[in-house]
Ligand binder design. Structure first.
Ligand code: ATP
Ligand code: MG
Length: 437
């Protein structure tokens, strides 16, 4: 212990690698996107669902598939030492939503349309557009077997890009068919890759007999030729699966939404069947997929529920925001309405009664509080009021306060004369500050 010396400053702690703080003014963009999403979901009648960030590890192992990138190497899993449970920070939220829907029998009185937003966790190499804590908005429609709901979800995402003014987003579409069709394709796929063993990397060789479809999702450039020449699942589809795909594409056609059929599109989780899709941009480098989803008709059974067809998507919030930023199409954060200038500390009691009333009217009010260097003079406070972008300054000077009054000065409109108001009548004149004048 050091006796009389000032305490040593402790070593500075920093956040976890790949997990970012979201600070102002950047956080205003997040709030704005979240507001757009809520409004979108209201228009499509999707209801909000909130599930825990931690789930039993078994949910993801069973739901996503044992031989997937996420389950094999990206999950933050740990034992809860206090009761010996195997838990995982959610790497995605479809499995969690399905778990909750089954657990609470949400489909007992019909199908459900749900959405969520929140953080996901994957142990990946942090880089542009790829983080260890990232955020998704997701939409899930459960209990609907028809392709029209696949189309509704795609139209909804498309509408969001339009609402946000996002450019250069292309839609890729594919069908993964049904388990029996995939079984036939699987055999053909294994036969194909077995003839090209020298072209496979170690991981591909290991996965070949466990989960050959995963090979098609490989990002290894050296393997692209052998992937390109592999048998296409779409060629193994029967009439029903093709009809499902046609339902989706005909609705997209009718709505003028462009798409490309990409027979190599498989997605990273095993739970998909029939429709799968991705929205991709060329503007974010390798991390160009901003939204992805598809149908997962067998996942409810996989987590122990009754069979229920379902379809959904998830979008990467960081990537969407980065794309927006690249376009600079978002307006800057909204300025405050009112900046309160307070001459000295004895004025706070009266002034803050007035400010509370203004806030109850919905006005955004920024008070000049005493900072560690003391209260600034009136002139300096006026400067800050001006740079805050506020439309009005309220001056609580000694003369004003002696008469229980406040001076209201328009900062953005020189033609408006300043006026003196009674604090006791704040509600009455405060209404006048709401709109503009
Ligand atoms: P990728 O092929 O880029 O690894 P993925 O197929 O693993 O993506 P999904 O699990 O389908 O991604 O998640 C949906 C969306 O979430 C992605 O399209 C992407 O926008 C976003 N996303 C996924 N992983 C990350 C991450 N580590 N950091 C930031 N965003 C991510
Ligand atoms: Mg991934």
């Amino acid at each position: 212990m050091t006796e009389s010396k000032a305490p040593r400053r402790a070593e500075r702690l920093v956040g976890v690698k790949g997990m970012n703080d979201i600070l102002p003014p950047e956080s205003a963009r997040w709030e704005s996107l979240e507001a757009s999403v809520r409004e979108l979901m209201r228009c499509y009648a999707y209801e909000n669902i909130r599930t825990p960030i931690v789930e039993p590890t078994a949910l993801f192992v069973r739901g996503l598939g044992e031989v997937t990138d996420i389950v094999e190497k990206e999950m933050y899993s740990f034992d809860d030492r206090l009761n010996g449970e195997a838990l995982t920070l959610r790497p995605e939220n479809t499995a969690g939503v399905v778990r909750a829907v089954v657990e609470h029998s949400l489909l007992y009185n019909g199908a459900k349309r749900l959405y969520y937003m929140g953080p996901m966790f994957r142990h990946e190499r942090p880089q542009r557009g790829r983080y260890r804590q990232f955020h998704q908005v997701g939409a899930e429609a459960l209990g609907f077997p028809g392709g029209e709901v696949d189309a509704e979800l795609i139209l909804m995402a498309h509408a969001l890009w339009q609402k946000l003014g996002l450019e250069d987003v292309a839609l890729q579409l594919n069908s993964l068919g049904q388990p029996d069709e995939r079984g036939l394709h699987r055999q053909a796929l294994i036969a194909h890759f077995e003839q090209h063993m020298d072209a496979l990397d170690a991981e591909a060789k290991r996965r070949l007999h466990l989960n050959p479809l995963r090979l098609l999702d490989s990002k290894n450039p050296a393997m692209q030729p052998v992937i390109e020449s592999a048998p296409r699942l779409i060629d193994f589809l029967g009439t029903q699966s093709m009809a499902h795909l046609n339902t989706v594409t005909s609705i997209l056609d009718a709505n003028g939404v462009a798409y490309a059929i990409n027979p190599r599109l498989v997605r990273g989780m095993d739970y998909y069947n029939l429709t799968v899709f991705e929205f991709v941009t060329t503007r974010l480098g390798a991390q160009g997929t901003i939204c992805a989803g598809g149908r997962y008709d067998y996942l409810t059974e996989q987590v122990g529920g009754r069979p229920a067809p379902a379809v959904g998507w998830a979008l990467g919030v960081e990537r969407v925001l980065e794309l927006l930023k690249a376009q600079e199409s978002q307006e800057t954060a909204r300025a405050v309405d009112v900046y309160a200038i307070i001459a000295d500390a004895s004025g706070f009691a009266k002034a803050m009664v007035c400010l509370q009333t203004l806030r109850s009217l919905g006005l955004s009010v920024l008070m000049h509080a005493s900072a560690s260097e003391g209260l600034a003079g009136i002139k300096a406070q006026f400067k800050r009021a001006d740079s805050s972008g506020a439309r009005f300054a309220l001056v609580f000077g000694p003369d004003e306060l002696a008469q229980d009054r406040v001076t209201v000065k328009a900062l953005r409109d020189a033609s408006v004369a300043q006026v003196s108001r009674l604090i006791s009548e704040t509600r009455e004149w405060g209404i006048g500050l709401q709109s503009g004048s």
